[in-house]
Design a protein around this ligand. Structure first.
Ligand SMILES: [Zn+2]
Length: 204
């Protein structure tokens, strides 16, 4: 395990290297000057906090390109909707991607919780599990319950679908932008095994 102090040191060193690179690259410095004044992200990504799925890296994008919201299980709660409303309204960003991923710990924790409820779960953690639960509970009533890997995979997909539906229907502002101004909300899944992102919901 890396201690907190060591971790902090590593971040400081990382940022020093980042700044050095920023100063040495002319083209980046040019765009950096623009970015000081404004941002114009071309896509909004609602992704999971999982350390293996940083949106900017998996989509090969740089500073200012993506407006990213990350929360365990890529769930939709009011603060996530508010962040998306903000970006769509302020920056004119017209694509929202809900990005789930294979091997998602939040999905697995929810499945475990449904199969073997723990006592005294933290209410904060429970609030995440509660939002993932509806979309995966019904899968436990199907034959998938006999195949853990297939169950987790289907649950990841169902959870992304649920977030997509919530974003399409859970906000008057987003609904209006979808109806009248070209906003699109699509679902996607990142495979930690291969690095590939599959787009599947409304992305055709
Ligand atoms: Zn995850």
């Amino acid at each position: 395990m890396i201690s907190a102090d060591e971790a902090l040191e590593r971040l400081k060193r990382g940022n020093r290297d980042f700044v050095t690179r920023l100063r040495s690259a002319d083209t980046l410095a040019g765009s950096q000057a623009e970015l000081v004044q404004q941002q114009e992200p071309f896509a909004i990504v609602l992704g999971c906090s999982d350390a293996r799925v940083p949106a900017e890296l998996v989509f090969n994008q740089g500073l200012g390109d993506l407006f990213v919201i990350r929360v365990a299980g890529n769930i939709v709660a009011p603060s996530q909707i508010g962040s998306i409303e903000f970006a769509a309204a302020m920056f004119g960003t017209r694509l929202v991607v809900v990005l789930g991923h294979s091997q998602c710990g939040a999905i697995q924790a929810t499945l475990n919780e449904l199969q073997q409820p723990t006592e005294n779960q933290s209410p904060n953690l429970a609030s995440i599990v509660k939002r993932v639960r509806p979309s995966v509970a019904r899968l436990l009533k199907t034959d998938l319950r006999h195949d853990h890997a297939a169950l987790v995979a289907a649950a990841v997909r169902a959870n992304v679908d649920k977030s997509v539906r919530q974003l399409r229907r859970g906000s008057a502002i987003l609904e209006d932008l979808i109806e009248n101004d070209g906003l699109k909300v699509v679902g996607a899944e990142y495979a930690v095994e291969t690095g590939e992102v599959a787009f599947f919901d409304g992305a055709a």
